[in-house]
Design a protein around this ligand. Structure first.
Ligand SMILES: Nc1ncnc2c1ncn2[C@@H]1O[C@H](COP(=O)(O)OP(=O)(O)OP(=O)(O)O)[C@@H](O)[C@H]1O
Length: 403
């Protein structure tokens, strides 16, 4: 099969196979963690991101977003056709994996609760895609969604419908409902263009009855509206207003990415709804992955080059250390752990390096096993296992961002 499609080609020798992409016959060349050729299947793409999805079940905040020019295949990649096995996109596949993996963990004492919410940002307004009474939401008689920052810097969306999801079929129904409600319009570039940014959120709460360990992970899957040159779009009226709003919010996203890449003190997260909502993913302790969709047509070269440059900048961003949200609930009687003592001992041993910790009583070990994940800049993680009245044991493991 040819390794060239329109203005885009892929190196077929050397160390960049599977990671390199070239535009306009080698005029511009880029390298990313992974580059898929146009013939790659949905399954093939999902294999690459499945480990990241899995880490939401382990208690991480995970954000996966698709970026690219209008008509380049973002919605196809993220949603695809959920009814057809080979065309299912990342969103239905992620939910299936979360459900299957959570069920497999039942045998180890884990019980999970999964909640879903779905919203779109249309012309700088938040719209709840799962609200029961859509008419009331549209005519303004129901409470409007808005972004709230709590005292600990976390972001909440007020008045957003959150649904407990108990099966894959129920989630599919919610996806269909959201897809029907998402703002779609016909444009010069795409028959069915999504005119909004869409955020699908899964909150995952896990409790282990045996160990009293709790995890709270979040999986954000985001299908951004497509960027589009105004003069190419031939948009007028409502479509023009939408295109301007989309381009403005994508410019804000680019400004945020540039600011993070330059390690500036002030990052302009609050300049748009999109960047306010993405703040915890881009500026915090999440594991974040960007999927860039490109149109291979020669006529799209200019847009493709802009998108590739944005992606290269994202690739160079250091967004912080992913943090796992997990804690040990108290256990009765025999199982009571002296957490505070152990933690303070450990913190004294390694001041300012302890960024996260988890308790994992091993089956055959004493109840007081503490596993501590420690970070030593730039990329080394020390993990220490600690039993009271025994020596601190330290081992080193390599730490990779985004894995
Ligand atoms: N890999 C693919 N295989 C088959 N069809 C595809 C693929 N990628 C995109 N398409 C088709 O191309 C068209 C445009 O794709 P899609 O709507 O996903 O683009 P988009 O980037 O989401 O556009 P917009 O930003 O305008 O919403 C759709 O008809 C879609 O089914």
């Amino acid at each position: 099969m040819s390794n060239e499609s329109g203005a885009v080609s892929y190196p077929n020798s050397g160390e960049n196979i599977g990671m390199g992409i070239k535009l306009m016959h080698n005029a511009y060349s880029f390298t990313f963690d992974k580059v898929f050729e146009h013939s790659a299947s949905q399954e093939h793409v999902f294999i690459e991101i499945s480990q990241l999805v899995q880490s939401a079940l382990d208690g991480y905040k995970v954000c996966i977003f698709a970026y690219g020019q209008t008509g380049s295949g973002k919605t196809y990649t993220m949603m695809g056709n959920p009814e057809l096995d080979d065309q299912k996109g990342m969103i239905p596949r992620s939910l299936e994996q979360i459900f299957q993996a959570s069920q497999a963990l039942n045998s180890q004492g884990w019980k999970y609760k999964i909640q879903a919410s779905m919203l779109e940002i249309y012309n700088e307004t938040l719209r709840d895609l799962l609200v029961m009474n859509r008419m009331a939401a549209q005519d303004g008689t129901s409470s409007k969604c808005s972004i709230k920052h709590d005292d600990s810097g976390n972001i909440q969306v007020s008045n957003l419908t959150v649904v407990d999801v108990t099966s894959i079929s129920q989630f599919s129904l919610l996806l269909r409902q959201a897809a029907r409600r998402r703002s779609v319009g016909r444009t010069h570039m795409n028959e069915e263009s999504r005119r909004s940014h869409c955020v699908y959120t899964l909150r995952i709460f896990g409790v282990n009855k045996g160990t009293a360990q709790q995890v709270h992970g979040v999986l954000n899957l985001i299908d951004l509206a497509g960027s589009q040159c105004l003069n190419k779009s031939r948009a007028t009226g409502e479509r023009l207003k939408e295109t301007e709003a989309i381009n403005t919010s994508l410019s804000s996203l680019n400004a945020v990415i540039l600011s993070i890449a330059r390690k500036e003190k002030h990052v302009p997260f609050r300049n748009s709804m999109l960047t306010s909502l993405l703040e915890p993913c881009l500026g915090g302790d999440s594991k974040t992955l960007m999927i860039l969709n490109l149109s291979p047509e020669v006529s799209s070269t200019e847009e493709s080059l802009c998108s590739l440059r944005v992606a290269a900048r994202v690739n160079s961003c250091e967004i912080g250390i992913p943090r796992r949200e997990t804690q040990l609930g108290s256990k009765d009687g025999d199982g009571q752990c002296s957490n505070n003592i152990m933690l303070s001992e450990l913190s004294q041993a390694f001041p300012e390096q302890v960024i996260a910790f988890r308790f994992e009583p091993l089956i055959s070990a004493p109840k007081y096993c503490l596993c501590c994940i420690k970070v030593q800049p730039p990329t080394l993680v020390l993990s220490a296992s600690f039993w009271p009245h025994t020596e601190l044991m330290i081992e080193t493991t390599e730490f990779r961002r985004g894995s």
